[in-house]
Design a protein around this ligand. Structure first.
Ligand SMILES: [Fe+2]
Length: 491
């Protein structure tokens, strides 16, 4: 049988685990805060079969949904299951990989022509009592949040026209509406983007389409109380290249970045485009908000070039992660002015995986959290994940005052994206939960979930939950309180 390639995407921490399992009553050190009661859902790519092409990326891995459940009685259980996508099902039946290069159907085995290619491996989204596993190259898959069984591809009861849905939705904390978009909405390398609103009950109430300046990897977007913001960075696709069996994404250092801004309940014809710097790249926005002078501020984890090694290779670029530059960057757009200029300011060091409290979404905010690299690391980082090395610094930043607090991990440790759990106590900033990985031998790793006091990260975790099983690095996670889980549409 074909073997997994000996490349960074498939060895060490990234070695495929390919196992569905459940662990009950995990060992807890410290005290789990009473607020932490509910489910931490995680999206984990894990390729069930060796890829057709040895230079495949970890991003192609079959989606698994994992749940760390914190019970009211203090117990913690863990479960992980494959998303039974059409792609995964077809490959299980064949006993081998049938889908070729990352987001290039022209490289697939002819037997799967026309089969949905998405691996649903990026974000578990919870909205209106539904759990969706998302990836931006296709529609979501609905999952049963209790059994983790796959219900099927989700098209909002037949209402969604877009062929794609982002893995980064935004939910308004007051109206509970879910805002989302889909790029390449009508096919590969298209400039068509859908912009959609689902009401608090999950009903799709609006879908409009617009064109972006060029086909771009639009991984995330962001909302304010009155506007929807669509950032466009110059990682682009090309249909002829795809037909020739080439890479989906190539990054262009000489192309402008853009932000399209429109009234969030408005018409796409009202979109205004602001021009950003050339060649920059952002995967995630921390937040956006308006000020009293009519300006819109967008805070994002920007770098001076695309950070993914497989995209750099396809682009003829070779920028090591420590030379990517950028930081937590604020772009400010004046909605009163008539020009396309934006201004740029640096709020914090480079990093990614930003998080704000759900209640702060789209509003002026006092604090946020993200992951970065420990500048004082005395030894090797933990290799793994998509970019190559795991993050090893947890940051809490106050964008207003500029204050930054941090918790640093030693060599061979890494931390995954935190979820935020709100606190019931007034004035308390809530809790952060992250999966923490440690390399303990040549090919041995230890894993745990660490719970931090979100307002006091420097002192380290208040509780640790050991997960006595190999874990592959997650992409994104989502916190669902127990009360919300009980409102699930699925039993
Ligand atoms: Fe993401």
């Amino acid at each position: 049988m074909k073997k997994y390639p000996e490349t960074p995407d498939f060895v060490g921490l990234n070695a495929p685990v390919c196992e569905e399992y459940s662990l009950k009553n995990l060992e807890v050190e410290g005290e789990i805060p009473a607020d932490v009661c509910g489910a931490f859902f995680r999206a984990v790519p894990d390729p069930a079969f060796p890829p057709m092409f040895d230079d495949d990326t970890a991003l192609s891995g079959d989606g698994m949904v994992s749940r760390l459940y914190f019970g009211a009685d203090g117990t913690v259980d863990f479960d992980i299951r494959y998303v039974q996508t059409a792609r995964h099902t077809a490959e299980v039946e064949a006993g081998k990989a049938l889908f070729g290069r990352y987001r290039n159907p022209f490289t697939d085995d002819p037997s799967v022509k026309g089969v949905d290619r998405t691996v649903a491996n990026t974000t578990p989204v919870w909205h209106a009592g539904r759990l969706l596993m998302t990836k931006e190259d296709g529609r979501a898959y609905e999952m049963n949040p209790h059994t983790l069984e796959t219900i099927g591809s989700y098209d909002f009861d037949g209402a969604l026209k877009s062929e794609t849905m982002t893995a980064h939705v935004r939910i308004d904390p007051d109206t509970k509406e879910m805002f989302f978009f889909g790029y390449e909405a009508d096919g590969l390398a298209s400039t068509k983007v859908s912009y959609c609103i689902a009401d608090k009950d999950g009903k799709l109430i609006r879908e409009q389409w617009f064109d972006v300046p060029y086909c771009s990897m639009m991984h995330d977007f962001v909302m304010t109380e009155n506007y929807a913001l669509f950032p466009v960075y110059p990682t682009t696709s090309d249909l002829e290249r795809l037909k020739a069996g080439g890479d989906h994404w190539v990054h262009h250092m000489d192309l402008d970045s853009w932000v399209g801004i429109m009234p969030r309940y408005g018409d796409v014809s009202e979109m205004r485009w602001f021009r950003g710097p050339k060649g920059v790249s952002t995967y995630h926005m921390m937040n956006a908000f308006e000020d009293s002078e009519g300006r819109v501020h967008m805070d994002h984890n920007m770098s001076e070039c695309n950070a993914f090694p497989f995209i750099q290779r396809a682009s003829g670029l070779n920028v090591p992660s420590q030379e990517l530059g950028g930081g937590l960057i604020r772009w400010t757009m004046d909605m009163n002015g008539g020009d396309e200029k934006l201004t740029q300011a640096t709020l914090g060091p480079p990093g990614d995986m930003p998080r704000v409290a759900d209640a702060d979404q789209g509003r002026p905010y006092q604090r946020g959290w993200y992951l970065s690299v420990n500048p004082e690391l005395q030894g090797p980082p933990l290799m793994g994940g998509v970019v190559g090395a795991e993050f090893n610094l947890l940051l809490r930043i106050e964008p207003g005052s500029g204050r930054i607090d941090s918790y640093a991990f030693p060599p061979l440790w890494g931390i995954g994206e935190p979820v935020h759990v709100p606190a019931s106590q007034d004035g308390h900033e809530g809790w952060l939960i992250s999966i923490v990985d440690q390399q303990i031998g040549e090919n041995e790793f230890a894993h745990a979930a660490w719970i931090f006091d979100a307002g006091n990260v420097t002192v380290g975790p208040v509780a640790k939950v050991t997960i006595p099983h190999r874990l592959r690095p997650q992409v994104h996670g989502w916190w669902v309180p127990r009360g919300e889980l009980e409102k699930s549409k699925r039993k």
